[in-house]
Design a binder for this molecule. Structure first.
Ligand code: AMP
Ligand code: MG
Length: 472
């Protein structure tokens, strides 16, 4: 049986101003690296043979029903507005509605040049493709809204970065690829017709029933609040929270120089291009508000009474910090094994984090171990933990089962940055075993998997990854 994808495209029917039709550029020798059978099944895709999967997800064969195009968008990058970005190395093949009723985009990333490529080559190398595959699937297993990975294919070509590297194509699946930057491009051009059309489309696709641009802004805000709080709860640092990387759906999108923290410190930055810590771990809530303000600025262009619209949008955006704080508190209460809310909980959490920062405690392992014998060993000065634990014991006295809640909310496994880098180095040398092992273990992050305990270990001094590059 051959590969069949039940396409049902909606974005391709929007006006021509939204995209450029563009076929993917074939590659020399496609070879399938990974195919996500579980995801394919939910999407109603019948996979067929590996060779055909490789051809289709390398862009060498356009499957029946696809309507390939590159999407237009703009965005603020590190605070500076870029009036035209767009898919410079990605092609939207189309959409499918899965057996779960969910509509999803299928996008090839690294599939050749498009009208939006500027100076870029339209390609991706194997490293960032495998990184996005592993980390996005790990995020999904952690229960965090995210784009997903359907396939990874080697191209048999080299791409030139700092050196010649093996090329690859990632197939990314998303609730949609609408971004804050998709709204910005039409607002900045004063194309109110397209802006209105986009607003209606986004509402129908993601938030049916909400009313008008302000209803959309409210819904996106709520989704971003949930998203950012869930990142904070697992120690995830996105790395490039530019407005073109902020999805309207509320999914995590664009895994570039992202990483999970090892030792806890609020000002942790991984990306080598983020010199001033704009997108540091603890800055993420503020940046989410900033991005929402950009969405608000774009959306209000649609109102005739600007003053009233500004007032309403300001109120919606200004509510975000308090909502984030509440959502953050709820998540961290659960991480401490608490099912009830009490006055001093925020201070109790803050004291733990303070001691973790001072004690260079591993974020993931410390939370997983709370209340158990090994917890104190994660701190340089174990007694700093002991005094905190005494307070925590007083607080959990009436809790039904803090240990079970801690195990259910604090993962044992995250895609540690040094393991991801080691996996990439192995793959470049032709060994895909670490890639497959990471995927298998990270699919069950809350299960103790004794045979994989090496993947729980923080990096040794030699293993610490010095810089995570933008990864293009
Ligand atoms: P990103 O940093 O991946 O969010 O990308 C920012 C912008 O640069 C987007 O418009 C991308 O399509 C574009 N881009 C990134 N890498 C490449 C590349 N190798 N070739 C063409 N465009 C690229
Ligand atoms: Mg991007």
């Amino acid at each position: 049986m051959s590969l069949q994808i039940p396409f049902d495209n909606s974005f391709a029917r929007l006006p021509a101003a939204f995209f450029s039709r563009q076929a993917p550029e074939p590659v020399r020798a496609p070879r399938l690296v990974a195919f996500n059978d579980d995801l394919a099944r939910v999407m109603g895709i019948s996979p067929g043979e590996a060779e055909e999967i490789a051809r289709v997800f390398a862009g060498n064969a356009v499957p029946e029903g696809a309507d390939p195009l590159a999407q237009l968008y703009a965005g603020h990058q590190f605070g500076h507005y870029n009036p035209q970005l767009g898919d410079g190395r990605a092609i939207l093949l189309g959409e499918v509605v899965g057996t779960d009723g969910q509509r999803r985009d299928i996008q090839l990333k690294g599939s050749g040049r498009t009208p939006y490529s500027r100076a870029g080559d339209g390609r991706a190398w194997l490293g960032p493709v495998l990184r996005e595959y592993v980390v996005s699937e790990a995020m999904h297993a952690l229960g965090i809204p995210t784009t997903r990975a359907l396939a990874a294919v080697e191209t048999g070509e080299t791409v030139l970065r700092e050196r010649a590297l093996p090329g690859a194509v990632l197939t990314r699946v998303a609730a949609s690829h609408l971004r804050v930057g998709t709204f910005q491009v039409f607002a900045a051009r004063g194309d109110l017709g397209s802006l209105k059309r986009l607003t209606d489309y986004a509402i129908e696709r993601h938030y049916p029933g909400v009313e008008g641009p302000m209803g959309l802004l409210t819904a996106v805000r709520d989704a971003q609040v949930r998203l950012i709080a869930s990142w904070m709860a697992v120690g995830f640092i996105h790395g490039v929270m530019n407005t073109d990387n902020c999805a309207i759906s509320g999914e995590t999108i664009d895994y570039g120089p992202c990483a999970f923290m090892d030792a806890y410190h609020p000002s942790t930055v991984y990306s080598s291009i983020d010199q001033f810590g704009r997108y540091a771990y603890s800055a993420q809530p503020d940046i989410a508000v900033w991005n929402l303000a950009q969405l608000a600025t774009a959306l209000i262009q649609q109102y005739e009474d600007k003053e009233a619209a500004v007032e309403e949008a300001t109120a919606i955006v200004h509510a975000t910090p308090a909502m984030l704080e509440a959502e953050w508190l709820a998540r961290f209460r659960a991480k401490l094994g608490l099912t009830t809310a009490r006055e001093g909980d925020g201070a109790l959490i803050a004291r733990l984090l303070q001691r973790m920062a001072e004690g260079q405690a591993d974020f993931t392992n410390t939370f997983r171990a709370l209340g158990s014998a090994g917890a104190r060993d994660h701190f340089i000065d174990a007694s700093a933990y002991d005094t905190w634990e005494a307070d925590w014991r007083d607080r959990v006295e009436d809790e039904p089962d803090p240990t079970a809640l801690i195990a259910a909310t604090n993962p044992a496994f995250i895609p540690r940055n040094h393991r991801v880098e080691q996996m990439i180095a192995a793959a470049v040398a032709g060994d895909y075993a670490p890639f497959h092992r990471l995927n298998a273990v990270l699919a069950r992050p809350f299960d103790d998997q004794p045979e994989a305990h090496d993947l729980r270990r923080p990096p040794t001094e030699q293993e610490v990854v010095q810089a995570t590059f933008c990864g293009t």
